[in-house]
Design a binder for this molecule. Structure first.
Ligand code: ADP
Length: 499
């Protein structure tokens, strides 16, 4: 047996409706019944008392001859009013009675109404007789001259009043029952109407749970349910987007890995011949194979780095968690030192501007990842004879303000609002005199596998993951990367970290 709180909403609503109806109708019905029967009784008591006054007048008129005149007069009174009267003397003993069946003559009456009347006060009272009848009694004093000599007691049948009360009660019960039924019916209909959007939503949720990410609902019903519907649609859209992104990522990664594998195969196959092959050719092919292996290795390393960052983002809820003060300039120097051979090979001058330590709360490995990818790109995309300059500092970021004010690029995503408050940031700029990035590409270069010039980028060995890794690492430190670039003149990437 389920708890009432777990019953279907429709049943709960219907029962609540019925309960409220029965309570409201029952309460007002009881009040009505009570007031009505009270008034009916009061009216009857007044009328019996009025008849009592008349009977007392008759009794006073014939007081001297109770057996003849008074009895006859009371008999006529009975015929006229339908009420049975008896007259008692000052001690309560019956001196005139109109019935012949069970004559009370000579008996002493002990009714409270008789006592009241003999004490000088007209009194009424309703009682149920042992026979089951309801009777209204009225005792009225009989006054002859100035003196009270006795009283009359009237007994009126009030069965009709009781019947009227019973009738009313029955009718009320019927009405309450019918209304409760109607309320249940209404409750069921209303609940069905109200819960329709909820039922639709429940179906949509289970469809979504089965993997149908294109599921959407038409938001309807109350404002809360409508909000829920919109929320569901947004959630489903986001899930769909993430799923598409994941598929695209897997497809891109596979595609990128296929290229070096195909190249290695193409280089190795001609060597597997029975004809003698020149050692120089062997060497050349093997060198190319090693080159392709390096490229595949770099790609796998990048993919692993991204996967690590994704897992880190999932595990840590807050940006920059696990951070400790690191010297950005020192890291820039280490990175530059490690990349010096690459710069020398490419004929690019690489320098880090000297200055005091630039301390910021960060994770050294992530900062290395950001700066390393930016510097490596600077070297890769700068022609021979050019230069890459790295600078670090705290406070206002050079040139960034102008770039922002002129509506310039602000790409790496995260917290745009922070750019205005550049006093509370540490920064590293990597400025090159390279080929530059066309404005229409600047918005996309931080996407995974995005390359401006695919052929050229491939020649330099990039798969389009370096900036994606840098941006993700920056975001995890609570920072971001800003890019300014001019085609043919060079680019500046600024890594901004809140302090
Ligand atoms: P890749 O491995 O191809 O360098 P990145 O994600 O590092 O991938 O960069 C994405 C693209 O952005 C590059 O393919 C290149 O076209 C462009 N890019 C990045 N850095 C620079 C730069 N300093 N100068 C010019 N173009 C750049």
């Amino acid at each position: 047996m389920r708890r009432p709180g777990h019953w279907p909403l429709g049943v709960q609503l219907a029962l609540a409706f019925a309960l409220v109806t029965v309570l409201a109708l029952g309460g007002s019905g009881a009040l009505l019944l009570y007031q009505t029967s009270d008034r009916l009784m009061e009216e009857r008591a007044e009328s019996v008392l009025a008849w009592g006054q008349a009977a007392a007048g008759l009794a006073a008129e014939y007081w001297a001859e109770p057996q003849e005149g008074m009895t006859l007069a009371l008999y006529r009174f009975h015929q006229q009013s339908g009420i049975r009267p008896v007259a008692v003397d000052g001690r309560g003993v019956v001196i005139a009675d109109i019935t012949t069946g069970t004559p009370l003559l000579g008996q002493r009456l002990t009714h409270p109404e008789v006592h009241g009347a003999l004490a000088g006060k007209p009194t009424t009272g309703a009682r149920r007789l042992p026979t089951g009848e309801w009777v209204m009694y009225a005792g009225v004093p009989v006054v002859v001259g100035e003196a009270q000599v006795g009283a009359v007691l009237l007994a009126a049948d009030i069965g009709a009043v009781r019947d009227a009360q019973q009738d009313l009660l029955r009718q009320l019960a019927w009405v309450a029952g019918a209304m409760a039924l109607l309320a249940v019916l209404l409750g069921v209909l209303l609940a069905r109407y109200l819960t329709r959007p909820l039922v639709r939503l429940r179906e949509a949720v289970s469809r979504l749970a089965r993997g149908r990410l294109d599921t959407r609902v038409t938001p309807g019903g109350s404002s809360e349910l409508r909000d829920l519907g919109h929320g569901f649609n947004r959630m489903a859209a986001e899930l769909g987007r993430l799923d598409r992104q994941r598929r695209a990522f897997v497809a891109d990664a596979s595609h990128e890995l296929r290229t070096p594998i195909a190249a290695i195969r193409a280089l190795a196959e001609p060597l597997l011949t029975d004809r003698p092959v020149d050692v120089a050719v062997y060497k050349e092919h093997l060198q190319d194979i090693v080159h392709e292996c390096d490229r595949a290795g770099r790609l796998v390393n990048s993919l692993l780095e991204l996967a690590r960052l994704d897992m880190r983002a999932e595990a840590r809820s807050q940006a920059g968690e696990g951070a400790e003060p690191v010297d950005l300039r020192q890291i820039a120097e280490e990175v530059a030192h490690a990349l010096e051979p690459l710069a020398a090979e490419r004929g690019v001058r690489l320098e880090v501007l000297p200055g005091p330590p630039v301390l910021a709360p960060a994770v050294a490995r992530l900062v290395e990842s950001v700066v390393g990818n930016l510097v490596e790109n600077g070297i890769k995309y700068t022609p021979r004879g050019g230069s890459v300059q790295v600078a670090a500092g705290v406070g206002p970021v050079p040139a960034l303000r102008e770039a922002l004010e002129s509506g310039g690029a602000d790409r790496a995503g995260a917290a745009r609002g922070e750019a205005a408050d550049s006093a509370a940031v540490a920064w590293v700029t990597v400025t090159d005199t390279g080929i530059g990035i066309p404005p229409e590409h600047q918005a996309h270069i931080f996407e995974r596998f995005y390359r401006v010039d695919k052929a050229r980028s491939r020649a330099t060995g990039g798969a389009g993951l370096g900036l994606a890794i840098a941006a993700e690492a920056a975001a995890q430190l609570g920072g971001r990367i800003h890019v300014e670039s001019e085609v043919g003149r060079g680019s500046r990437f600024t890594f901004i970290l809140p302090v």
